[in-house]
Design a binder for this molecule. Structure first.
Ligand SMILES: CC(C)(COP(=O)(O)OP(=O)(O)OC[C@H]1O[C@@H](n2cnc3c(N)ncnc32)[C@H](O)[C@@H]1OP(=O)(O)O)[C@@H](O)C(=O)NCCC(=O)NCCS
Length: 164
């Protein structure tokens, strides 16, 4: 399979929404428990500031994963150097190096846009994603206990950070 990594465009909204649908249905990887519709994704992509980006992994026209770099805050200048990440790859495509390739694109963008550190929230039970972010250099720096409740099951959220 040949996977292309590129910056998301508005036309990717439906494909990204389909990835959300799969992740939300799995229930174990994210605190997000409802699907963002194509219209919501289009609105989100259109509203990104010049210092924010979403990179997508595409296999023959199908979006199979994405990574988002958002500002930590959209109302304070004191945290302009801090970005927040999220990464989601479809099940059949995990374990093939897409996550690291998305991260390489995001990190290049982040460095070029004056970010000095990146932060990510990962569910406490999601040891695979924690290992993924550790492999990129992130380290755990905090934990919110019983922060997520889905179908009556509680989970922590682990906070991880990486300084460039
Ligand atoms: C976590 C995720 C983004 C990683 O992307 P990926 O393309 O599958 O990443 P890779 O398998 O290429 O892994 C890269 C490195 O991360 C680590 N890693 C990834 N998944 C892992 C797992 N399940 N267990 C242990 N280590 C893991 C390994 O160090 C791996 O390097 P290696 O292959 O040389 O051992 C992807 O698996 C995913 O989307 N998972 C479901 C959604 C999710 O949990 N998102 C994170 C929410 S914050």
């Amino acid at each position: 399979m040949t996977i292309a990594i590129r910056r998301a465009i508005l036309e990717d909204a439906a494909g990204i929404s389909a990835v959300w649908e799969a992740i939300v249905a799995e229930k174990i990887y994210s605190a997000v428990d409802r699907v963002f519709t194509p219209d919501e994704q289009r609105e989100y992509l259109g509203a990104l500031s010049p210092r924010e980006a979403r990179f997508v992994a595409e296999d023959g026209g199908r979006i199979v994963g994405f990574q988002t770099l958002d500002r930590w805050s959209n109302f304070m200048t004191s945290t302009l150097h801090v970005g927040q990440l999220g990464t989601f790859v479809l099940k059949d495509y995990r374990g093939t190096g897409i996550g690291p390739r998305l991260a390489a694109a995001t990190f290049d963008f982040a460095r070029a846009h004056a970010y000095e550190k990146l932060v990510v929230f990962v569910r406490g039970s999601n040891s695979g994603a924690q290992a993924f972010y550790e492999s990129l250099g992130f380290r755990e720096c905090g934990r919110l206990t019983r922060q997520v409740e889905i179908d009556g099951k509680y989970d922590d959220e682990v906070l991880m950070e990486l300084a460039f």
